[in-house]
Design a protein around this ligand. Structure first.
Ligand SMILES: C[S@@+](CC[C@H](N)C(=O)[O-])C[C@H]1O[C@@H](n2cnc3c(N)ncnc32)[C@H](O)[C@@H]1O
Length: 313
């Protein structure tokens, strides 16, 4: 939803944080809008209509204080490398490999202020979802990894499956996958846990556990649940959103794109709580959904939900 992201994020000044940089698709349009609006302002402000030199302290490389530009964060080193290739030529862009739960510390350490917008585009990127070696893909065989950061010393989805009880597996599939046949799926996976090496093994276990006509949906839900658990996604979303509110200045905007109900629920709760205490003005009383054209062009967009709010104080 690139148009809607720009409309609600309103990147016209200050620092915009793209907390889920991925391949840098949104980041590119944000930085273009930011720079264009600033050039427009400078041309308007100059009596002769001529551009004056940038009034920003910082830009390009360097770690000094910065008051204008885009800070892009991703937990996946591959995404960071790809975004660096895509955005490397832009001034005013800083890309860091980090968890967005560390947003307040990052902003402080990098000396970035004022933060006038934060974008979250939750979940996994299409690139991650389709890549066999990452372990997120149902249709491409690979290790059952599913870590966003494969360089981190944290357990993979396979490690978690091996060390979990049948009951824990069932709870995960029920809670994080909303899988109606979580008990059956958990039983088969638990019985085979020691031989479970590849996503192909996982797919066969799920297919053996449920009737064929439910298999595709069950697979999507089981993979989603394992990905969420492996990456502590719901807890991170909660912490990331709270961190964004800590750094945003008054009139700053928070925009979040969710792809399933558990993500959306976290955003909705945060916006509601912020409104109740008078901290936020909710800009989207109902979530904004993608249009038919976008859904036809991009299959993943069909489940997207955008919510946005403005900081009051
Ligand atoms: C849906 S993709 C983002 C796509 C991107 N906005 C674009 O336009 O190309 C989500 C990204 O968030 C990253 N991610 C997930 N959890 C994260 C976290 N806790 N901290 C930082 N990045 C995270 C993933 O690695 C993935 O690259």
């Amino acid at each position: 939803m690139p148009r809607e992201v720009l409309e609600y994020l309103r990147p016209v000044n200050g620092i915009i944080v793209d907390a889920c940089l991925g391949g840098g698709g949104h980041a590119r349009s944000i930085i273009e809008a930011l720079v264009a609006s600033d050039e427009g302002r400078r041309n308007r402000d100059s009596p002769a209509g001529r551009e004056r030199p940038p009034a920003h302290d910082g830009g390009g490389q360097g770690r000094g204080r910065r008051s204008f530009g885009l800070l892009g964060i991703d937990r996946d080193p591959e995404a960071v490398a790809s975004a660096q290739r895509q955005l490397g030529d832009f001034d005013y862009v800083e890309i860091v490999h980090a968890n967005y739960t560390d947003l307040p510390a990052l902003v402080r350490e990098l000396g970035f202020a004022p933060v006038t917008g934060v974008l979250f585009d939750f979940g996994a990127s299409l690139h991650q979802l389709l890549s066999g070696p990452r372990g997120f893909a149902i249709d491409a065989d690979g290790p059952i990894d599913m870590r966003f950061d494969q360089t981190a010393d944290v357990p993979s989805a396979r490690d978690l499956i091996r060390r979990s009880s049948e009951r824990t597996l069932r709870d995960w599939f029920r809670t994080y996958g909303e899988e109606p046949m979580s008990g059956r799926v958990a039983r088969v996976i638990y019985e085979r846990r020691r031989e479970m090496e590849t996503t192909g093994d996982l797919v066969r276990a799920v297919r053996d556990a449920v009737p064929a006509r439910f298999a595709r949906k069950a697979l999507a839900r089981v993979f989603q649940a394992l990905r969420i658990v492996t990456n502590h996604e719901i807890e991170n979303i909660r912490r990331g959103l709270a961190g964004a509110l800590e750094v945003l200045v008054p009139t700053g905007r928070l925009v979040a794109l969710s792809y399933h109900s558990l993500e959306d629920k976290e955003v909705k709760q945060l916006l509601r709580a912020g409104r109740t205490v008078g901290k936020l003005r909710v800009l989207t009383p109902k979530p904004i959904l993608p249009g038919a054209v976008e859904v036809a062009r991009n299959f993943r967009a069909r489940s997207a939900r955008l919510r946005a709010a403005e900081v009051i104080s």
